[in-house]
Write a protein that binds this ligand. Sequence first.
Ligand SMILES: Cc1ncc(COP(=O)(O)O)c(C=O)c1O
Length: 417
Amino acid sequence: MTLDIELVRSQFPSLAVKDGGRRRIYFDNPAGTQVSKFVTDRISDYFLHHNANKDGAFVTTRATSAIIDTVRQGMAAFFNAGTVEEVVIGPSMTALTFRMARGLESRFAPGDEIIVTSMDHDGNVSPWLQMAERRGLVVKRLEFDRETYRYDMAAFERLLTPRTKFAAVNYASNITGTINEVGAIARRMKANGGLTYVDAVQYAPHGVIDVQTLGCDFLVCSAYKFYGPHLGILWGRKELLADMPIDKLRAAPTYLPGRFEQGSAPFELLAGLLGALHYYAWVGGDKTVFGPFDVPARTSINAGKLKMLKQEERLAQRLIEGLRALPGIHVHGLTGDNEMSERVSTVSISVVGRNPDQLAEALAERNIFVWSGHNYALDVISHLGLGDAGVLRIGPVHYNTDGEVDEILSAMKELVA
Ligand SMILES: Cc1ncc(COP(=O)(O)O)c(C=O)c1O
């Protein structure tokens, strides 16, 4: 079944907003997607009917605790987690990763080796570099191949030694869009006696996640990249989370995952995150009228993802073909028609003689939203030799249309002329 694009778009009020009578085209999605009414309805329902702190005796506090439990079960389904105790919700991927770096560091001894990669966003690099600095660890870097835009797996093998204890890797790049073989890396790390931490921030909006099959130890993503509110969500192996030393209030819970979620959370946003999961299920054809205490099935969530993915692969192909037909444009990522399933729909380009920031401004004048610069992927940009300018990044998702792709292509045609 294909996506009913008009029906999908009608769920996102922001897609219809105009500025001075001009439509908006949102291609800024890799930096944050729009949210559907499923999300805003859950948030306003929370404020209007259930607003309280958690774990008390009366009706609103009990509802708040139940909503937290529901969204956690939903995210456990999203990840295919073994238990809800493995799902930690926090402010962002970056905040959660700094937390994990502090928590994990005592496992490592001076001279132990860790691997970071040149494909990663800085959120999955700096926290580990700082951990290495604090503990006297040796940092090795896994490069990606500039021709194939894939990790050099032979080089990965050469990096491994008996002292390799940890690897932080990228599931899908926020610049090249490549989907990486993180399962193969995790399996190899495990055989070598090390842990693997997967940044799935850019993969989560596009692909089905199965932490059991991947065999990694941690995986982290951000809800605002998959049609939800500004929250980060981490899956971690229970035994690793349970053992982890963390700063803790005396009054805070000792059990999982409460020990990682101290203080009052933005409960309304948690309710909104549940709405994002309901949205996936709805796209997937699930006819349930979801309420605040309804956990969508993993099969329904994934059915929605797969439908979205089909539309995104088509849009990426149309966009890439159109860009490559223009003079002076270089696409930094996989471009083959048969390679669309090996990348997400995030497309980064350079234009000969043109500065990405200026191009982004020229597109903004046409009310087309894109990002430019390094997008925090400092090592990707430097490995590609793109200096300070970085790239122009165009990120269609399932709610974008062929017409919108054609509009940015004709705008680019004017701009490169
Ligand atoms: C690949 C990747 N990792 C990590 C992050 C950081 O996520 P957060 O904003 O939730 O800290 C981003 C944000 O753009 C990202 O694209």
